[in-house]
Design a protein around this ligand. Structure first.
Ligand SMILES: Cc1ncc(C[n+]2csc(CCOP(=O)(O)OP(=O)(O)O)c2C)c(N)n1
Length: 304
Protein backbone atom coordinates (compact mmCIF):
# COMPACT_ATOMS: atom_id res chain seq x y z
CA UNK A 1 0.00 0.00 0.00
CA UNK A 2 2.86 2.39 0.75
CA UNK A 3 4.32 1.77 -2.72
CA UNK A 4 0.92 2.49 -4.27
CA UNK A 5 0.58 5.65 -2.19
CA UNK A 6 4.06 6.87 -3.17
CA UNK A 7 3.44 6.14 -6.83
CA UNK A 8 0.17 8.12 -6.76
CA UNK A 9 1.81 10.85 -4.74
CA UNK A 10 4.48 11.14 -7.45
CA UNK A 11 1.82 11.51 -10.13
CA UNK A 12 -0.30 14.05 -8.24
CA UNK A 13 2.63 16.21 -7.18
CA UNK A 14 3.81 16.31 -10.80
CA UNK A 15 1.80 19.53 -11.20
CA UNK A 16 4.27 21.64 -13.08
CA UNK A 17 6.33 22.41 -9.99
CA UNK A 18 9.34 20.48 -8.82
CA UNK A 19 8.60 18.51 -5.65
CA UNK A 20 11.22 17.98 -2.96
CA UNK A 21 10.49 15.08 -0.63
CA UNK A 22 12.12 14.62 2.74
CA UNK A 23 11.78 11.03 3.89
CA UNK A 24 12.45 9.88 7.44
CA UNK A 25 13.89 6.40 7.91
CA UNK A 26 11.03 4.01 7.25
CA UNK A 27 9.89 1.48 4.67
CA UNK A 28 9.34 4.35 2.23
CA UNK A 29 12.90 5.50 2.75
CA UNK A 30 14.43 2.06 2.35
CA UNK A 31 12.49 1.38 -0.83
CA UNK A 32 13.34 4.75 -2.41
CA UNK A 33 17.07 4.57 -1.66
CA UNK A 34 17.39 2.59 -4.87
CA UNK A 35 15.98 5.47 -6.92
CA UNK A 36 18.69 6.84 -9.23
CA UNK A 37 19.72 10.48 -8.88
CA UNK A 38 18.26 11.02 -5.42
CA UNK A 39 20.15 12.43 -2.48
CA UNK A 40 20.61 9.55 -0.10
CA UNK A 41 22.78 10.05 2.94
CA UNK A 42 25.17 12.23 0.98
CA UNK A 43 25.45 9.85 -1.93
CA UNK A 44 23.40 11.99 -4.29
CA UNK A 45 24.86 13.12 -7.59
CA UNK A 46 22.49 15.97 -8.41
CA UNK A 47 23.67 18.56 -10.89
CA UNK A 48 21.89 21.83 -11.74
CA UNK A 49 20.52 20.25 -14.91
CA UNK A 50 19.17 17.29 -13.03
CA UNK A 51 17.51 19.63 -10.58
CA UNK A 52 15.09 20.49 -13.36
CA UNK A 53 13.68 17.00 -13.05
CA UNK A 54 10.27 16.80 -11.51
CA UNK A 55 11.29 15.60 -8.06
CA UNK A 56 14.11 14.78 -5.72
CA UNK A 57 14.34 13.12 -2.34
CA UNK A 58 16.36 14.02 0.73
CA UNK A 59 16.69 10.97 2.93
CA UNK A 60 17.13 12.11 6.49
CA UNK A 61 17.17 10.84 10.02
CA UNK A 62 14.21 8.99 11.42
CA UNK A 63 12.45 11.62 13.47
CA UNK A 64 12.99 14.91 11.71
CA UNK A 65 11.54 14.72 8.18
CA UNK A 66 9.11 17.63 8.85
CA UNK A 67 11.92 19.83 10.23
CA UNK A 68 14.15 19.17 7.23
CA UNK A 69 11.15 19.96 4.98
CA UNK A 70 10.75 23.31 6.77
CA UNK A 71 14.35 24.16 5.95
CA UNK A 72 13.81 23.16 2.31
CA UNK A 73 10.74 25.39 2.18
CA UNK A 74 12.59 28.38 3.66
CA UNK A 75 15.66 28.06 1.46
CA UNK A 76 13.72 27.45 -1.76
CA UNK A 77 11.39 30.41 -1.04
CA UNK A 78 14.38 32.62 -0.36
CA UNK A 79 16.07 31.55 -3.59
CA UNK A 80 12.85 32.18 -5.48
CA UNK A 81 12.35 35.63 -3.93
CA UNK A 82 15.90 36.72 -4.73
CA UNK A 83 15.48 35.52 -8.31
CA UNK A 84 18.18 32.88 -7.95
CA UNK A 85 15.65 30.11 -8.45
CA UNK A 86 13.12 30.34 -11.30
CA UNK A 87 10.14 28.60 -9.72
CA UNK A 88 8.42 27.71 -6.49
CA UNK A 89 8.51 24.12 -5.30
CA UNK A 90 6.18 21.67 -3.55
CA UNK A 91 7.70 20.41 -0.32
CA UNK A 92 6.52 17.06 1.03
CA UNK A 93 7.69 15.30 4.17
CA UNK A 94 7.06 11.59 4.45
CA UNK A 95 7.36 9.36 7.52
CA UNK A 96 6.05 6.18 9.04
CA UNK A 97 3.67 6.37 12.00
CA UNK A 98 6.50 5.38 14.35
CA UNK A 99 8.65 8.19 12.98
CA UNK A 100 5.85 10.78 13.06
CA UNK A 101 3.80 9.84 16.12
CA UNK A 102 6.26 8.22 18.52
CA UNK A 103 9.90 9.26 18.27
CA UNK A 104 9.21 12.20 15.89
CA UNK A 105 6.06 13.64 17.47
CA UNK A 106 7.86 16.71 18.81
CA UNK A 107 9.20 17.53 15.36
CA UNK A 108 5.76 17.06 13.78
CA UNK A 109 3.99 19.24 16.37
CA UNK A 110 6.56 22.02 16.07
CA UNK A 111 6.23 22.06 12.29
CA UNK A 112 2.43 22.30 12.56
CA UNK A 113 2.79 25.02 15.17
CA UNK A 114 5.11 27.04 12.96
CA UNK A 115 2.58 26.75 10.11
CA UNK A 116 5.31 25.95 7.66
CA UNK A 117 3.97 25.61 4.12
CA UNK A 118 4.68 21.92 3.66
CA UNK A 119 2.64 18.75 3.26
CA UNK A 120 3.36 15.98 5.75
CA UNK A 121 2.43 12.44 4.73
CA UNK A 122 2.27 9.81 7.48
CA UNK A 123 2.03 6.15 6.47
CA UNK A 124 0.00 4.39 9.12
CA UNK A 125 0.93 0.70 9.18
CA UNK A 126 0.53 0.37 12.97
CA UNK A 127 4.09 -0.86 13.54
CA UNK A 128 7.76 0.07 13.40
CA UNK A 129 8.00 -2.14 10.35
CA UNK A 130 11.54 -2.09 9.10
CA UNK A 131 13.06 -2.81 12.50
CA UNK A 132 10.93 -5.91 13.00
CA UNK A 133 7.25 -4.96 13.49
CA UNK A 134 7.30 -3.52 16.99
CA UNK A 135 4.15 -1.95 18.50
CA UNK A 136 3.49 1.71 17.55
CA UNK A 137 1.07 4.17 19.21
CA UNK A 138 -1.26 3.51 16.28
CA UNK A 139 -1.41 -0.27 16.86
CA UNK A 140 -4.94 -1.55 17.12
CA UNK A 141 -6.30 -3.21 20.22
CA UNK A 142 -5.27 -6.88 20.57
CA UNK A 143 -2.81 -6.72 17.67
CA UNK A 144 0.03 -9.18 18.02
CA UNK A 145 3.38 -7.42 17.43
CA UNK A 146 7.05 -8.08 18.26
CA UNK A 147 6.67 -6.09 21.51
CA UNK A 148 3.03 -6.95 22.28
CA UNK A 149 3.09 -10.70 21.63
CA UNK A 150 -0.24 -12.47 22.11
CA UNK A 151 0.10 -15.32 24.60
CA UNK A 152 -1.38 -16.82 27.73
CA UNK A 153 -0.79 -13.64 29.80
CA UNK A 154 -1.82 -10.89 27.36
CA UNK A 155 -4.05 -10.88 24.29
CA UNK A 156 -1.67 -8.70 22.25
CA UNK A 157 -1.73 -4.89 22.45
CA UNK A 158 -3.86 -3.47 25.27
CA UNK A 159 -3.61 0.24 24.41
CA UNK A 160 -6.18 2.03 22.29
CA UNK A 161 -4.61 3.69 19.22
CA UNK A 162 -3.60 7.33 19.57
CA UNK A 163 -6.19 9.67 18.00
CA UNK A 164 -3.77 11.24 15.54
CA UNK A 165 -6.44 13.01 13.48
CA UNK A 166 -7.77 14.98 16.46
CA UNK A 167 -4.18 15.60 17.55
CA UNK A 168 -3.21 17.17 14.20
CA UNK A 169 -6.38 19.31 14.07
CA UNK A 170 -6.06 20.60 17.61
CA UNK A 171 -2.32 21.21 17.15
CA UNK A 172 -3.40 23.73 14.48
CA UNK A 173 -2.71 22.10 11.12
CA UNK A 174 -4.32 24.06 8.28
CA UNK A 175 -5.53 20.89 6.60
CA UNK A 176 -5.81 17.38 8.01
CA UNK A 177 -6.95 14.34 6.08
CA UNK A 178 -7.00 10.59 6.22
CA UNK A 179 -7.30 8.97 2.82
CA UNK A 180 -6.35 5.70 1.19
CA UNK A 181 -5.30 4.98 -2.39
CA UNK A 182 -7.86 2.13 -2.11
CA UNK A 183 -10.38 4.97 -2.70
CA UNK A 184 -8.29 6.74 -5.36
CA UNK A 185 -10.45 9.86 -5.72
CA UNK A 186 -10.28 10.52 -1.97
CA UNK A 187 -6.53 10.11 -2.02
CA UNK A 188 -6.05 12.37 -5.06
CA UNK A 189 -8.32 15.04 -3.53
CA UNK A 190 -6.52 14.92 -0.17
CA UNK A 191 -3.09 15.32 -1.78
CA UNK A 192 -4.24 18.09 -4.13
CA UNK A 193 -5.80 20.01 -1.22
CA UNK A 194 -2.74 19.34 0.93
CA UNK A 195 -0.45 20.89 -1.66
CA UNK A 196 -2.38 24.15 -1.69
CA UNK A 197 -0.94 25.54 1.54
CA UNK A 198 -0.17 28.15 2.81
CA UNK A 199 0.04 26.27 6.09
CA UNK A 200 1.06 22.79 7.22
CA UNK A 201 -1.12 20.00 5.83
CA UNK A 202 -1.00 16.56 7.38
CA UNK A 203 -2.29 13.53 5.50
CA UNK A 204 -2.49 10.12 7.10
CA UNK A 205 -2.46 7.11 4.79
CA UNK A 206 -3.74 3.84 6.30
CA UNK A 207 -1.25 1.29 5.02
CA UNK A 208 -2.00 -2.43 5.39
CA UNK A 209 1.37 -4.19 5.63
CA UNK A 210 1.56 -7.76 4.32
CA UNK A 211 4.45 -8.84 6.56
CA UNK A 212 3.46 -6.97 9.72
CA UNK A 213 -0.27 -7.65 9.60
CA UNK A 214 0.36 -11.15 8.23
CA UNK A 215 -2.15 -11.46 5.42
CA UNK A 216 -2.15 -13.01 1.97
CA UNK A 217 -0.54 -11.19 -0.93
CA UNK A 218 -3.23 -9.63 -3.12
CA UNK A 219 -5.51 -8.60 -0.24
CA UNK A 220 -4.02 -5.15 0.39
CA UNK A 221 -6.69 -2.97 -1.25
CA UNK A 222 -9.53 -5.13 0.11
CA UNK A 223 -8.17 -4.85 3.66
CA UNK A 224 -7.72 -1.10 3.27
CA UNK A 225 -11.35 -0.71 2.23
CA UNK A 226 -12.58 -3.00 5.03
CA UNK A 227 -10.57 -0.99 7.59
CA UNK A 228 -12.13 2.24 6.34
CA UNK A 229 -15.71 0.98 6.04
CA UNK A 230 -15.80 -0.60 9.51
CA UNK A 231 -14.65 2.75 10.97
CA UNK A 232 -11.10 1.93 12.05
CA UNK A 233 -9.66 4.25 9.40
CA UNK A 234 -12.42 6.69 8.48
CA UNK A 235 -11.83 8.90 5.49
CA UNK A 236 -11.51 12.37 6.98
CA UNK A 237 -11.07 15.88 5.56
CA UNK A 238 -10.80 19.00 7.69
CA UNK A 239 -9.73 22.45 6.55
CA UNK A 240 -9.06 25.02 9.24
CA UNK A 241 -12.10 27.24 9.76
CA UNK A 242 -14.37 25.11 7.57
CA UNK A 243 -16.65 22.22 8.46
CA UNK A 244 -14.90 18.92 7.84
CA UNK A 245 -16.25 15.54 6.80
CA UNK A 246 -16.03 11.94 8.01
CA UNK A 247 -16.99 9.54 5.24
CA UNK A 248 -16.93 6.03 3.69
CA UNK A 249 -17.85 4.47 7.07
CA UNK A 250 -20.92 2.20 7.23
CA UNK A 251 -23.82 3.77 9.12
CA UNK A 252 -25.16 0.60 10.74
CA UNK A 253 -23.39 -0.78 13.81
CA UNK A 254 -24.20 -4.34 12.70
CA UNK A 255 -22.57 -3.80 9.32
CA UNK A 256 -19.52 -2.23 10.98
CA UNK A 257 -19.23 -5.29 13.22
CA UNK A 258 -19.52 -7.69 10.29
CA UNK A 259 -16.82 -5.83 8.32
CA UNK A 260 -14.57 -5.53 11.38
CA UNK A 261 -14.76 -9.31 11.89
CA UNK A 262 -13.84 -9.83 8.25
CA UNK A 263 -10.96 -7.33 8.62
CA UNK A 264 -9.63 -9.17 11.71
CA UNK A 265 -10.09 -12.66 10.33
CA UNK A 266 -7.93 -12.01 7.26
CA UNK A 267 -4.86 -11.13 9.38
CA UNK A 268 -2.86 -13.62 11.39
CA UNK A 269 -1.88 -10.88 13.90
CA UNK A 270 -5.48 -11.21 15.18
CA UNK A 271 -5.71 -15.03 14.96
CA UNK A 272 -5.74 -15.35 18.79
CA UNK A 273 -8.80 -13.06 18.99
CA UNK A 274 -10.89 -15.44 16.93
CA UNK A 275 -10.10 -18.76 18.61
CA UNK A 276 -13.57 -19.14 20.14
CA UNK A 277 -16.88 -17.37 19.50
CA UNK A 278 -17.32 -15.84 22.98
CA UNK A 279 -13.80 -14.41 23.04
CA UNK A 280 -14.15 -13.15 19.47
CA UNK A 281 -17.41 -11.40 20.35
CA UNK A 282 -16.00 -9.78 23.50
CA UNK A 283 -12.85 -8.49 21.78
CA UNK A 284 -14.72 -7.31 18.70
CA UNK A 285 -17.09 -5.34 20.94
CA UNK A 286 -14.12 -3.69 22.69
CA UNK A 287 -12.68 -2.62 19.33
CA UNK A 288 -16.11 -1.41 18.19
CA UNK A 289 -16.49 0.66 21.37
CA UNK A 290 -13.26 2.43 20.48
CA UNK A 291 -14.40 2.90 16.87
CA UNK A 292 -17.69 4.49 17.97
CA UNK A 293 -16.02 6.76 20.51
CA UNK A 294 -13.42 7.81 17.94
CA UNK A 295 -16.02 8.49 15.22
CA UNK A 296 -18.10 10.59 17.65
CA UNK A 297 -15.05 12.65 18.52
CA UNK A 298 -14.13 13.12 14.84
CA UNK A 299 -17.65 14.33 14.07
CA UNK A 300 -17.24 16.97 16.78
CA UNK A 301 -13.73 17.92 15.63
CA UNK A 302 -15.03 18.21 12.03
CA UNK A 303 -17.39 20.97 13.21
CA UNK A 304 -14.69 23.08 14.87
C1 LIG B 1 16.32 7.94 16.73
C2 LIG B 1 16.20 6.60 16.09
N1 LIG B 1 15.62 5.62 16.78
C3 LIG B 1 15.47 4.38 16.21
C4 LIG B 1 15.94 4.15 14.95
C5 LIG B 1 15.80 2.76 14.33
N2 LIG B 1 14.74 2.73 13.38
C6 LIG B 1 14.95 2.91 12.05
S1 LIG B 1 13.59 2.72 11.14
C7 LIG B 1 12.67 2.39 12.52
C8 LIG B 1 11.22 2.02 12.40
C9 LIG B 1 10.44 3.04 11.67
O1 LIG B 1 9.05 2.84 11.93
P1 LIG B 1 8.02 3.75 11.19
O2 LIG B 1 8.38 5.17 11.33
O3 LIG B 1 6.66 3.37 11.66
O4 LIG B 1 8.18 3.38 9.65
P2 LIG B 1 8.01 1.92 8.95
O5 LIG B 1 9.28 1.17 9.18
O6 LIG B 1 6.84 1.26 9.57
O7 LIG B 1 7.81 2.27 7.51
C10 LIG B 1 13.44 2.44 13.68
C11 LIG B 1 12.95 2.20 15.05
C12 LIG B 1 16.55 5.20 14.25
N3 LIG B 1 16.99 5.05 13.01
N4 LIG B 1 16.68 6.41 14.85
Amino acid sequence: MEATALSNLGKITDNGKKTIFTIGTSCAEVSTLAWPGTVAWGRGNETPAEFEKSFSIIHNVFESAPTVAEAVRDVSDLLYETGAFPYKVNVVSNSGDGGALAIGLRSLLHTIHRRSNIMVIVMVNEVFANTGFQYAPTSNLFADSATTPAGSLFPGNLERPIDYLSLAVTAGAGFVAQASPAFPQDFAQAVAMGLEGPHTSVIFVPSPCISGWKFEDGKTAELARLGIRCGLYPTFFKEEGKEGIVKRVEESHEKRKELLLQFLSEQRRFAHVLTDAAKANQMTLSILAWIHEHLDRLQKIAKL
